[in-house]
Design a protein. Structure first.
Length: 263
């Protein structure tokens, strides 16, 4: 098997045996892969400070002869995203984003759009912007990239537009929107979305990625959107999104938005 090279972002790192690390990466050209970095815990040169969550790298790896574990030969540091290591809200949001990528991506299913989106989100989190808003737009665009784009134009049952009704719900079962009138006739769990939040979401689906950080969404609207999109995502994945709880706590209690002391 010949070596492969690709830009990659570290999603998760675990220790393995005495000296090795197992790294989950999202690669632009290979998609999500799991690789073993032999001697990474001891290595002074090859991997030092590189195999940390959210780090951008260019990796050289060898595909497995059998099974799914790649062998990581080398990693060149592109961006350590150090800001995220010292800001709790940014770190928790990045953890949420990387969990979503791990859960929504199949192994070795390369998708440059997801790689671009992940790179955009990590860069955006380095700016002192509202991290909850970045989480909203990230999840929204990830759903689009994975083929689960919800429809925010109007009620799926009666056809009324979001200009005609102030409040809607998104049904996690199929990602369709229902107005308050139609909701009364439907069953199943639902979550509330105001017209204002829907307008943000609709713009967020259409705007260029590079312009998304210029949209100003209130924390309340972002929280409302995240609750609904997380509920929809859990339904698609049939799995819990563990890091949502920590992110939710920060959004509800911004006092936790502290600098972390890593000791
Ligand atoms: Zn309706």
């Amino acid at each position: 098997m010949t070596n492969r090279q690709s830009p990659a972002i570290v999603l998760q790192v675990t220790a393995h045996a005495e000296a090795d690390k197992i790294v989950t990466l999202f690669c632009r050209d290979l998609g999500k892969i799991t690789a073993i970095a032999k001697g990474a815990k001891r290595s002074k040169k090859r991997f030092v400070n590189k195999l940390e969550p959210f780090t951008s790298l260019v990796i050289t790896c060898r595909p497995p002869k059998k099974g799914s574990l790649f062998f990581l030969n080398e990693a060149e540091l592109v961006d350590a995203h150090l800001f995220l290591r010292s800001h709790y809200a940014g770190y928790v949001t990045a953890a949420f984003i990387s969990e979503l990528v791990r859960r929504f991506s199949g192994d070795q299913d390369g998708d440059p759009a997801v790689f671009t989106l992940l790179s955009w989100a990590l860069e955006a989190l380095e700016q002192p912007k509202n991290h909850a808003v970045i989480a909203v737009f990230f999840l929204l665009r990830l759903l689009d990239a994975c083929g689960y784009q919800p429809q925010f134009s109007g009620c799926a049952a009666c056809g009324c537009s979001i200009e005609q009704q102030p409040d809607f719900t998104l049904y996690p079962g199929n990602g369709t929107l229902l107005c308050l009138r139609c909701r009364q006739h439907s069953r199943g769990s639902s979550l509330h979305l105001t017209r204002q939040t829907l307008k943000f979401l609709s713009s967020g689906q259409q705007m260029q990625l590079s312009r998304l950080t210029s949209l100003h969404m209130s924390t309340n609207n972002a929280y409302q959107a995240l609750r609904v999109l997380c509920s929809y995502s859990r339904h698609i994945l049939q799995q819990d999104i563990h890091s949502w709880k920590s992110l939710e706590m920060i959004i509800r209690d911004p006092g936790r938005n502290n600098t972390i002391d890593w000791g």
